[in-house]
Design a protein around this ligand. Structure first.
Ligand code: FES
Ligand code: FES
Length: 155
């Protein structure tokens, strides 16, 4: 077993100190140590995007990076994006445009939608290209794209 390392990471606006093995994946810390289970594992080939989180405001697949790479950085997970009784605009856009079916992939799409907005994307083509790394196995892409383009028009 390898020696543990100490990391300081801001997760959902909270400073967290972790004592972990260097080989630990970010997704495992989020789900198993911090109980942030809204971030899902949908594949074992780094393709599906269900595990997407924002690292320093950029989308990353949390199954594909080591938590050690996040030292002194900030992470946002789906748990930081609105509340059941106080939805954020991106959640409202998905709700209003029926942008989810089983919902397993939805957290990843929501995080990608936020980066689309941060990157000031506006056209449907740009959104479709950006979503290259997110799979919806129910093939509900039409309404997901509609939801995101609608979110991009919101303030
Ligand atoms: S679980 Fe990370 S890309 Fe599928
Ligand atoms: S809603 Fe995306 S996989 Fe079902």
């Amino acid at each position: 077993m390898s020696d543990k390392i100490i990391l300081n990471i801001n997760i959902n606006n909270k400073e967290i100190k972790l004592n972990v093995e260097p080989r630990t994946l970010l997704i495992d810390i989020l789900r198993n140590n911090l109980n942030l289970t809204g971030t899902h594992i949908g594949c074992d080939t780094s393709q599906c995007g269900s595990c997407m989180v924002l690292l320093e405001n950029k989308c990353v697949k949390s199954c594909s990076i080591l938590v050690a790479q996040c030292d002194n950085k900030s992470i946002k997970t789906i748990e930081s994006i609105g509340k059941e009784n106080n939805l954020s605009n991106v959640q409202k856009a998905f709700k209003n445009n029926h942008g989810l079916q089983c919902g397993f992939c939805t957290p990843g799409f929501i995080m990608s939608a936020i980066e689309c907005k941060n990157n000031k994307l506006s056209s449907e083509d740009e959104v479709r290209e950006f979503l290259d790394g997110n799979f919806c196995r129910c093939t509900g892409y039409q309404n997901i794209v509609k939801s995101i383009t609608s979110f991009l028009k919101m303030p």
